[in-house]
Design a protein around this ligand. Sequence first.
Ligand SMILES: [Zn+2]
Length: 185
Amino acid sequence: MDRPSDQGYRLRGHIVSPRSVEDIRSAAMGAQTVLGLSEMPPSMPDFLESLTKFGITVDVLDDDRTLTMAGVEAMCVPETATIILTENTYAAARRDDPRTRFTIFHELGHFVLQHTKVLPRKSYDAKPYLDSEWQADQFAAEITMSLETIRKYGLNTPTAIARFFRVSFPAANKRHAQLRRKNLI
Ligand SMILES: [Zn+2]
């Protein structure tokens, strides 16, 4: 589903500069170091608070605007280094909700991967590696479930990955499948 060679891929986000899985993995590992993250999953309230040290603003939408953005959990404005969370998403992050952990790192991925340059849609076939959403999901997978840590602790099942990194089972399952397919675990 997320192989760059897939045909008939349906674009979910904007077309951005192409990036390979390996390229995104290295960006995620760089970000992990810069953000001072360890191999253990961070407490999300502490992590959100720490982002201000790096010039990243976390804005929480009030009720009215949350309603107008029905269905949207979070957004990123790379130009102003702002991550916008709905009240529900923010509340879930404060509870260290596993799914919200991925969502927040997905938004951070848009920022780290500099998804500001949108290329003209017509000139390109839709391919996963050109899609800002695919890239941000891959970034979130790499930074929340690092390959190095998966190997170090022999996390060989989706359940082991979900438990260790405190992510949702579907996210862990997808990560496990991708790494298996590429013979990395
Ligand atoms: Zn996104």
